[in-house]
Design a binder for this molecule. Structure first.
Ligand SMILES: [Zn+2]
Length: 90
């Protein structure tokens, strides 16, 4: 378990690994740069656990569909429900 897998140059979503930042108790922390230009240090397990941006991705997908996928089925359902419940005005 002491072997360090070099992630330098790898991409995780928007994050590009610049190099090893630190090693603590056999947990590696990696210096990454997001496509938006922000740099941060992130734990290896977070990279594999689904971290795909410095946090900007979440903010963007919440505020619009610019980078996001189409709305999830649940969101669509909710929109449908809202339509159903809104009283007709005409
Ligand atoms: Zn970012």
């Amino acid at each position: 378990m002491s072997k360090i897998i070099d992630l330098t140059g790898k991409k995780f979503g928007r994050l590009t690994v610049l190099g090893l930042a630190s090693l603590e108790n056999s947990v590696t922390f990696w210096h990454v740069r997001c496509d938006c230009g922000k740099e941060k240090v992130i734990r290896r397990s977070n990279l594999y656990g689904g971290a795909k941006s410095c946090g900007c991705l979440k903010i963007e997908s919440r505020s619009g569909y610019r980078f996001g996928r189409p709305p999830s089925p649940i969101a669509k359902q909710r929109a449908e429900l809202r339509k159903t419940y809104s009283p007709p005005n005409k």
